[in-house]
Ligand binder design. Sequence first.
Ligand code: C2E
Ligand code: FE
Ligand code: FE
Length: 974
Amino acid sequence: MDDAIRILLVEDLPTDAKLAQREISKDLKSCEFQVVETREGYLSALEKFQPDIIVSDYRLPQFDGLSALKLALERTPLTPLIMLTGSLNEDTAVSCMKAGASDYVIKEHIKRLGPAILRALEEKQVRIERQQAEMALRESEERFRSVYENATIGIYRTTPDGKILMANPAAVRMLGYESFDELAKQNLEDSRLQTVAQRVKIREELEKEGIAQGMEIVLYKKDGSPIYVRENARAIRDETGKIIYYDGTLEDITAAKLADERIRHEAARAATLLRIASRLNASLDLQESLIAICEETAKALDLPIVNIYLYNPEIDLFYPAMAVGMPEEEYRILPKFPPSVVENVNQNHSPVLIINASDIIKQLGITGIVERDYRSVIIGYIQVSDETIGVLWGASVSINREYSPDDVALLSGIADQAALAITNARLFTQQKQAEALYRTRSEELEALFTLSSRLREAQTPDEMIPILLNEMQRVVETDGGAVLLFDEESQKFTFTHATGNAAPEIGNSFPSHQGGSGRVLLSRQPFITPDYSKEPLRVETLRHITESGPMVIVPLQSENDFLGVFLASRLNKPDVKPVSENEIRLLSAMAEMAGNAIRRSRLFDDVQRHLRHTQALHDIQLTVASSFDLKVTLNVFLEHTLAQLEVDAAAVFMLDPHTLTLEFTAGRGFRTYNLSRTRSRLEEGYALRAALERKTICIPDLSQEAGDKVQSSFYVDEGFVSFFGVPFIAKGQVKGVLEVYSRTPLNPDNQWLAFLETLASQIAIAIDNLTLFKDLHSTNAQLTMAYDATIQGLSRALDLRDKETEGHTQRVADMTVRLARAFGMMNSELVHVRRGALLHDMGKMGIPDSILLKPGPLTEEEWAIMRLHPQYAYEMFSPIEYLRPALDIPYSHHEKWDGTGYPDGLKGDEIPLAARLFAVVDVWDALTSERPYRPAWSQEKALAYIREQAGKHFDPRAVEMFFSLLQLQDGIES
Ligand code: C2E
Ligand code: FE
Ligand code: FE
């Protein structure tokens, strides 16, 4: 049905309608009809039937043709309407045609209807097509217009002589004009829009080629600023070939161009920075880095003067550190300035500041700098994590200069690199210093360690001092060294040991108030002089040492015992080095160490001597007990006397109470054997005085005693220098005198005299024993008491050194004996337990003060030494026969029940019972006493600790018994 033509008939007479249909069908092959006669039917048909053409009766009973026409024009304007009229009426026809009917047909001429419809349809088709064409044209026009108006590309038409005929808004905008009209007033030949050269070039190109594509040109905007443009243009010619227009487009490529330029600049900046970075990387030296920074900044920014200021936190000022473009004398005298100036100047915290030089010079308050016409200054802040550590500034001289954003960025980049380089250089310097310090320190430590281990091999001060001198010479470069011992009695310093240029001074002495040594004695501080030969304090009587140059004298002391001084010197050579801080420190440390070692060896000597004495007494006792022959007893006795007192001869004289004469009984060490006969009154006099006055007579120098009298030939023959006479008294009666002689001057100390007297008392006992047949047992008991007194004295000495509360040893001894008794030990064993307890920490005699008295916890190395104290005790006492059974406690008191103790790591019952019991008591007493390394614990805390350690440190049974004992005695609640 598609191609069937739909025809709407508006007709009230069916016959007429039929007729019309018949006629129409003659001309139109396929058609469809609908007939309506009312307005409603007509409207509905227009809508639903959608006729291709309408044929309407002019006159209808309920409707009329003109109304139908009007409605049709309104609703479907393209649908033609043909009016059918009854009669020919010219007016009707005209009005119908005027009203818009396509045609009119008189019913009489109904045959015309078919052809009229065909024509009307044809006309309709033409109309439709025209309308479509118009619409297409309008649309395309609109599209062009929109493109023209809205394009971002500039579109123009100009004439070869430069007139602007057309320019779209984009072109107008691009060139910075308000409107086309304003732009149109310009002429392209005018150099305000573009250069003449460019215009000529474009014209030539278009003339020759007729087209120019992708030209990149520069145009100047209304405000004179340049824009970069890509232009496409075409020449339009008339029929004669003459160019009448240029049509073309403009594209603003300024942004891209600038971006391009920026990339190029940035690449250049990156290259500059890279070059600077590699130069800075090559050096870790601060000065070199600073030079590189200045030079590169000057080069990169083309600046005649560049200067770096660095912040020094110690003086809180920025100081001039480096410059190029001015001599060093000049930048060195540039003023320093405080950080507040930097902050003030840089209030906006930008990395770079550009400033007028006169402003900054005013602001920094710089005066008196070399006259120079500073102009534009650019300042970069050298910052490390927001702290300004320096200022990098450059200035133009004599000309004003504008700094581009690139310059600013470049300087800021250089400042960042400078920050890095300076930080690195400083770190490197610090590291080098730290390394150097570490090296010196470890060398010093090594020197001290070597000295300490070598000192340990030495037994006596005489052996130690050369070691000290030797080690000193090894570690500190010297030309001479000496030890000068101080003698309290004579108040003199004596060169006892010396090397190098000091060696000739050995044996020389001088009063203790003289020289650097005298100063050291007073101050107990090192004395240092850069040139001893010019030193006002030098001792003039010393001839060799006064040639010395740099010298240091350090005290040789231990705690408060001033032993002497220790001297190191260098000869005055042209390039002689002064004695450095480090060397002084090292020498002082060595001297202190040696001082301690000497003091310790003296202490140790005392102990050893005591022990030897005790052993001697023991031997004498054995002899006395086993021999009933007085002469044998006295010979054994005198042998010990010579050995222990280190004297040359000794004799025993018995006093005849009736004649008050002394009778020779026994002697040893004499060259002549006429003692019994050839005693002058003088010789006898001293001994007799001892007997009668009941006191020891000491004559250190026999020759002086003789005065102007002739010396006894006996003394001269024997070569005796010193004499000592001690009376021996038994049961209140003087029985005789023990005489002791020495062939070298003897200046004995109190200990020696005490032992001499003890020996004398032994003779009394022996004589008493023999003469009165005293009970052996009681003699034994007396002797034992004498030993034990010695032991107690020794242990007290240690208590004092250890700074323990007085009586610690006595207390633990008492407590241990009670505990041991509670465990059922017999009296004979308890004697050993008591001695062992008294001597338990005697091994600490061998531990240096620095460890024993250290106020804090011990290091691994110190512990290793501290743990040797049981072993030391063992070495000390094992040679003493009568102490051997007492060794369990000194040797094993630090063993622990669980096997974690020392020295042997014994476990449980392997640990001697006495040591197990003692451990509880020792720790209890140690904890409740103050120690150099910690304050005393409360009793509660100590008890809780001991209970907690049962089965770990302590034998649980020992702990249990210890608690019941405490409860029993002190009522302490456990
Ligand atoms: P000492 O001071 O006579 O202590 C004897 C024992 O009591 C110690 O043996 C330990 O078992 C116990 N003891 C003493 N104080 C404490 C304490 O504060 N806590 C605990 N848990 N136990 C304590 P040890 O540990 O074998 O030590 C032997 C010696 O080593 C000590 O004799 C002392 O002369 C020395 N020593 C120990 N620690 C230090 C320290 O930190 N600094 C110093 N300078 N010396 C120490
Ligand atoms: Fe101990
Ligand atoms: Fe102790």
